[in-house]
Write a protein that binds this ligand. Sequence first.
Ligand code: IVH
Length: 700
Amino acid sequence: MNTIQKRLEKLRQQIEDHNYRYYVLNEPSISDSEYDALFRELQNLESEHPEFIAPDSPTQRVGAPPLEAFGTIIHRVPMLSLENAMNKEELYAFDERVRKILNSSKVNVMSNEAPRITSLLLTSELKELYASKEITYVAEPKLDGLAVELVYVDGKLTNGSTRGDGITGEDITRNLRTVKSIPLRLRFSLFDEKEKGSPSVVEVRGEIFIEKKGFIQLNKTRLDRGEPPFANPRNAAAGSLRQLDSSITAQRPLKFFCYELGYIEGKSFDSHEEALQTLKSWGLPVNPDIQVCQGIEKATKYYHELEEKRESLPYEIDGVVIKVNSEAERNKLGARSRSPRWAIAGKFKAQQATTIVVDIEASVGRTGAITPVAHLEPVNVGGVMVSRATLHNQDEIDRKDIRIGDTVLIQRAGDVIPEVIKVILDKRPNGTQPYRLPSTCPICGGDIIRPEDEAVARCQNISCPAQVKGRIEHFASKRSMDIDGLGYKLIDQLVDTGLIHNVADLYSLDVEKVSSLERMAEKSASNLINAIDSSRKTTLARFIYGLGIRNVGEHLATVLASEFKQLHALMNAELEQLQNIDEVGPIVAESIVKFFKSDDNINVIQQCLDSGIELEPPPPDYSSQKLSGTTFVFTGSLSSFSRNEAKMMVEAIGGHATNSVSKNTDYLVAGPGAGSKLTKAKELGTTILTEEEFLKLIES
Ligand code: IVH
């Protein structure tokens, strides 16, 4: 190995080690930026020496060129499925079966004939069984994702596949390599000294899934891009794994937990618990919520507890898996044709139900986004009464053809708002109509507009009561009007009590009105009024930003301020004029024009200006101006220099200073007490500078 190869190897080891700390131990030991620096160094070194790029380098997780089709992989040990138990009684029956086989020498446990328990009543025979030693179980969350198998040869990930029919699966190695929590090398092969007795082949099974948080974010991005959202995290994970283009998979928030050993060469374990611990020490992520339970009673308690906790878990589960811990006992129990006798899935109550869409309401969010919401005939879904479901947007309604009166299948997924999965067309009554979102806002009657390439329609009126709180919050925020102490809760109170209806109303508040609010001391009220007062003096850019025009962020607000100088100029700007500005594209230009077309918006702005808001225009940009040949006049009292010094400065830049203002005067520099010269300059439209502005101009 030359020095470059050594450095590459060292970097890969370090990165893989930090992945382990982050994904498996949940205890990162370096910051994100330090990690990024290591990663970049590796990327750079590899791009200088592509001949040394290895498929198991951490840089190779970004995906590979698209495939025509997936190949197949035969599982060395079939991937079985699990028998289901729907309740506590069935879990106890499973335990009885297990004990009976393990306690009986008569049963031929390796046969496919399952021993039968004919009655759940405690016969004397079963009582005896209960008296005997309890079985040790391992209880695990039953993740609602996709089962996969990973094959490591000499510690290196060589193959990854789906379960398929249990015998053969699809070869999705390239996709699985992009999943960050899947180690590309097991830790026993990572460092120079190989651990003694490390296995030559390790085949593990586990679940690929997407956490609830990642799912919400993923769907949000898809909706924003006008793509159909996934119905649930499981579908999202399945769709991501089945991509022929692994670079798409790489962008999906897929996670992996390992839960079984399929096959191992060169090592064995006495128990499942020991196997999981070892797999974890080799760098495979193992669900921290797994528990060892002594006896079926504790395992059942785990099942009930997890069902209670289901909503608050970061990932979706549809039950628990209860597994016999001892390897010897597992072997004695054996398997039926499709499922092992040593494990059972304790399923939770269904999270889907059918019901009728009674009405569809267009609800308006804090940003004006219109979301269609189905009102449902109340139905119990997994223990929770559901009477509403989100329909996302018009495209989604069209795609699923959801109509008022339809019978629909709904699903409740974790803490996500219930969704309509599909319409049961057989049950559609006669005379239904396709649903269309209204063209005016149901709250304020303002126009609803859906930009051409967006999925979301929005109410355009800034005084729309539905949006008003969000808008006020934005207006008051640090980077716009900076009204200290005016937070979310206070805004709620002010709007709910009817003291304010829009941002302009803030300026008509007084201490008396504010202290009439519940739990509002006079001192706090007067602090708020002071803060509102001081916000009156602000810059044009901050005010523009504070208006919350769609697509106009802080930077663009600054650009618009320096381009237009006066608010009225911006308000009257035509589409073309806006589009001529470098940083303004057609979508932005349109949303600006639309904003200032609304009478309501204009009224609010006028009300702000009437209440004494002063908008300081941006300082002129002197750097591009030519000064030679320009004429200056000075008036009023000057504090940092004398008239004479001023004259010398002007001459030094090639201009000249005169005493009276005429149409030939380019600049009037006015100090305090300026009189008739200032009046005349204003009449003539001469540029008027303060002393400071003059100095800046000269310096430039
Ligand atoms: S063990 C022979 N453990 O459930 C036992 N499976 O119906 C093999 N699953 O296809 C599975 N979480 O997708 C096991 N902790 C867990 C699991 C789990 C989810 C899924 C897996 C499998 C299905 C079996």
